[in-house]
Every structure is written in C-alpha cells, then in structure tokens.
Design a protein around this ligand. Structure first.
Ligand code: NAD
Length: 495
C-alpha cells in the first residue's frame, strides 16, 4: 500500500479509548482520561480512560466471578482452543486497523506493524490455542499401594502489565498462554500505547471469550498498574517492562498477597564478532538491523557490539556505509525502516545518553542528533559510538533507543568477561567459524538466549526471557504455561 493510502486511513481512523470491564467498554469510574498523542507527527489520537483503584476492583471482581463460574476455566481445552483460534483469525482479519493503530500510537514503521506485530500476535494466539488440547498431565512412579496424579490447574486471576515497545505482541505473549490455560486476565497496556490492547478486547468478545475473562484497563503505571500489583484478589502478575519497575512489582506482591510474580525486564545484550567470523557482511548487516529495528526500543537489542581488534576498522567502514539505510522516515511509508521514538520523555532520555557518551569520551561516528523536527514528530538518527569502555554509562545502562556502542577486544575470554559484566542477561551472540569456540562461548555467556552467526531468528516455539536482572520465568513456548498454572499432586489409596 502507498503512504497516501495509510495517511488517508489514519485521517478517518476512529479511536475508542474506553476500558473493557466485564465485557463492557466503559470510561473510568472517576471519568478521568488522558490524551493520547502520536509520536509520528504530534497529532492527537483521542482520549483514553484513566483507570484507577476503583476500576481495578471492578475488573478483579469480574475476573474472579468469571473464573469461579467456570464458563471459561472449566471448558474442555478443545473448546478454548477453537475460541483462541477464532480470536487469532479476527486479529488477522483486522490487520490493517491494528497495524495502523500500533504505528500511530507507538511510532514504528507500518511495514513492521503489519509483518511483525500483527502477524506474530495472531500466530501467538493460534499457537497456544492449538497447543492446549495436546498437553497431558502425569502419573508419578510411586509404589503399587497408591496412585499419585500430578496435574496442572489455572492459577485464577492473572494481571498482565505490559510495555509500549511491542504493545500488542507483548500483550499476546501473556494473554494467549494465560487464557489457553483457563485463567481470567486483566491486561494493563502502557499509557504510552494503549490502543491495540483496547481493540483486542472487542475482538476477544467477538471470538466468544466470555465477559470478565479478558478485561483491559488503560491507565498509568503508578495508578492502575500499582493497584493491580497490590490487589489481594489477583493471583499472579505477569510483568514486562523495566527492571526498576519489576523490582517494585515484586515488593507490591510481598506487601499484599504474595501473588506469583513473573518478570520480563531490561537488557544490554552483547554481540561478539570474532576475526574468524564466517561472513563479515552478514555480521555488519545483522548488527545494525538488530539494534536499529523498532528504533532501538527492543529489550533484546544488541546494544553492545564487541569486535575483535584486527577486523574492527574494516567492520566499521562497512557499517558506516550502511547507516543511510536506517535513517528515520515517515512511519506510514512502507519503505521506511526506522520510525519515531515513542514520546518526548523517551526522546530526551536517549538524547541524554548520547550526551553522556560524548562527555565520557566515546567517539561519535554517526548520528547523535534529533532529526525530522519539521514533521512535528520525534525522531533520532541511528547513532554509532566507537571506543566505548565498560565503565561508561552508555556501556552499562539500557538506553532503549537507536544507539550502538562499539568495544574492541583482543581475545574471546576478554570479550566474554566484559559481555558478562552487566546486571542484565537477556540475549547475546557470537560470530565465529570455529565450532568449539562457538559452543564454549555460548556456554560462557550469561544470557537467556545466545545466537551463533546470526541475531535474527525467533519463533513462538522457543522460550524468551533473561538471566540476572533481565527477569525470571519465560514467555513463549510451552514453558510459558508454567507461569499460568499451579501444579497439584493428588494421592489415591489403592489399598
Ligand atoms: P516500564 O517499566 O516503565 O512500564 C511497563 C509497564 O508497567 C507499563 O504498563 C507501565 O504503565 C507499568 N508501570 C509503571 N509503573 C508501575 C508501577 N509503579 N506499578 C505497576 N505498574 C507500573 O517500562 P516501559 O518503559 O513501558 O518499557 C520499556 C522496558 O520494558 C525496557 O526496560 C525493556 O527492556 C523492557 N522490555 C522487556 C521485554 C522482555 O521480554 N524482557 C520485552 C519488552 C520490553
């Protein structure tokens, strides 16, 4: 589709900013709203319900009633499967509306909203739907005198609190396994990008998910989010967001009902390119496209690039030649590879990190400034720093923007040591032709996912999550179901 087509669609788009509680689209009880701006050009998208503790109470009570009634939880898994597959079909049917909302709300290129966010969200809902009636419980190998059944049951009421960088996909990574397992869910999207989550609420109802089983509460983190994390009738909170807020969520759980807490948090992933890399051109392309994809606003972005000293100059020469292909442009043009930064606060955070890199002595090779101001939107040029040292702020902290920091290393032990000297452990990569070195390095890197000679592979079938302060538990794959189920042992006497 042409940029003209998407701009025309955007001009007539109607945004429904009401929350969804017990199957009804409603404004917050207080009547409070917040204004939703698009980072692509500053246009106002609409007013959104600013839910607070009263709305959280109402949603928790409706989720609890739905769970106890069993209209969803006690359905045969094959029936929940059919509903989730219908939900996935509806997401695909409305792919244009959803992609447009995601791009306008969050700033990412429309091409990625369509090919990544919407597509993978539908795939995620379908995958958990298809999986749920193929999973068996267990019988323990006890003595003949008794029978011990090990079964899984839904946890109950699950709160899913998600960030703004992949608003719909992060929501689906939580709601798909939680719903498949039979839970009731209260989804709280980020106040920076609530629109696709609210739209999903309508599609879930249309697919046949009963009222109260999926509630969507828009609102601020320290109001609706905090109230959910402190709520005594929420059994589990599945959180994706920053490590700072993840720590608070754990405290809220401790202060309230010790609800189960699962966290998918920040990252500062290391990408290590050895001199015996099998394909330098592919390594250059991958290093840049992985950090600049989604404007660098990806938890698993490889923001630290380690290049073996003997190939660094040649590598950076190729990288600099490729930088123009990542320049931000109109997100509603399908040729655009980099869009807008989500809001002014995030834009300023990224620019402050760029300044700190300069001040601490890193060498700015490319970018480093705001661009496209005349559009009214928020854009930053893809930025590349060389001569970054481990103690610098840009080497330690998650920037969450299009900023790549380059380190050089003399041997692989040094690269692994510096790569691991981070409080995060989400992902890492190593590029080498030496099979033993590849395996040894993969073992030595403290990260939930390690890539060898690529950084792009991903699939719903594999777990996603981090070591250290990148979180606990895993999204995606059958492992995610562990988060949304309780394990029960039932002893039966055969005597
Ligand atoms: P954030 O922590 O600021 O907010 C995440 C969510 O928590 C939002 O819905 C927000 O409203 C809510 N929130 C904020 N304060 C809260 C509070 N006091 N109590 C309860 N909820 C609260 O994160 P963000 O800026 O939206 O997202 C960026 C972060 O998310 C980055 O650190 C990124 O690495 C991380 N992330 C991690 C993964 C992963 O899978 N590991 C995936 C995507 C993003």
């Amino acid at each position: 589709m042409s940029a003209k087509f998407w701009h025309r669609q955007a001009a007539v788009l109607k945004v429904d900013g009401r929350a969804c509680i017990n199957g009804q689209r409603v404004w917050a009880r207080s009547g409070a709203t917040f204004t939703n701006f698009s980072p692509i050009d500053g246009r106002i998208l609409g007013e959104v319900a600013r839910c607070d503790t009263h709305d959280v109470d109402k949603a928790a009570s409706s989720a609890r009633t739905a769970f106890e009634d069993g209209f969803w939880a006690k359905l045969p898994p094959a029936v929940r499967k059919r509903t989730l597959i219908k939900f996935a079909d509806l997401v695909e049917k409305h792919n244009h509306e959803l992609a447009l909302l995601e791009t306008l709300d969050m700033g990412k290129p429309i091409k990625d909203s369509l090919a990544v966010d919407v597509k993978l969200s539908a795939n995620c809902l379908r995958w958990y739907g298809e999986a749920i009636d193929k999973i068996y419980d267990q019988i323990a190998p006890t003595s003949d005198a008794s029978l011990a059944l090990i079964t899984r049951e839904p946890v109950g009421v699950v709160a899913a609190v998600v960030p703004w960088n992949y608003p719909m996909l992060m929501a689906c990574w939580k709601i798909a396994p939680a719903l498949a397992a039979g839970n009731s869910v209260i989804l709280k999207p980020s106040e920076k990008s609530p629109l696709t989550a609210l739209y999903l609420a309508d599609l879930a109802l249309e697919a046949g998910i009963p009222p109260g089983v999926l509630n969507v509460l828009s609102g601020y983190g320290d109001e609706a989010g905090k109230a959910l994390a402190l709520h005594h009738d929420v059994d589990c909170i599945a959180f994706t967001g920053s490590t700072r807020i993840g720590k608070q969520i754990m405290q809220y759980a401790g202060q309230s009902n010790l609800k189960r807490v699962w966290t998918e948090l920040g990252g500062k992933s290391a990408n290590i390119v050895c001199a015996d890399c099998p394909n330098i051109d592919a390594a250059v392309r991958s290093a840049l496209s992985a950090i600049y994809f989604n404007q660098g606003e990806s938890c698993n972005a490889p923001s630290r690039l380690f290049i073996e000293a003997s190939i660094k100059d040649a590598f950076l020469e190729k990288a600099l030649a490729m930088m123009p292909s990542f320049q931000p442009n109109d997100p509603l043009d399908e040729a655009t590879t980099m869009g807008a930064i989500v809001d002014e606060a995030q834009l300023n955070t990224v620019l402050q990190y760029i300044n700190s890199g300069r001040e601490e002595g890193a060498q700015l090779l490319s970018g480093g400034q705001q661009v496209r101001q005349d559009s009214g939107g928020l854009y930053i040029a893809p930025t590349l720093f060389d001569h970054v040292h481990a103690e610098m702020k840009i080497a330690q902290e998650e920037i969450f923007g299009p900023v790549l920091s380059v380190f050089s290393f003399a041997d692989i032990e040094e690269a692994v040591r510096v790569a691991n000297a981070s409080s995060y452990g989400l992902q890492a990569a190593v590029w080498t032709s030496n099979l033993s070195k590849a395996h040894q390095t993969a073992r030595a890197l403290r990260a939930g996912t390690v890539h060898i000679n690529q950084y792009d592979e991903d699939d719903i079938t594999v777990p996603f999550g981090g070591f250290k302060q990148s979180g606990n538990g895993r999204d995606k794959s059958l492992h995610a179901l562990d988060k949304y189920t309780e394990l029960k042992t039932t002893w039966i006497s055969l005597g």
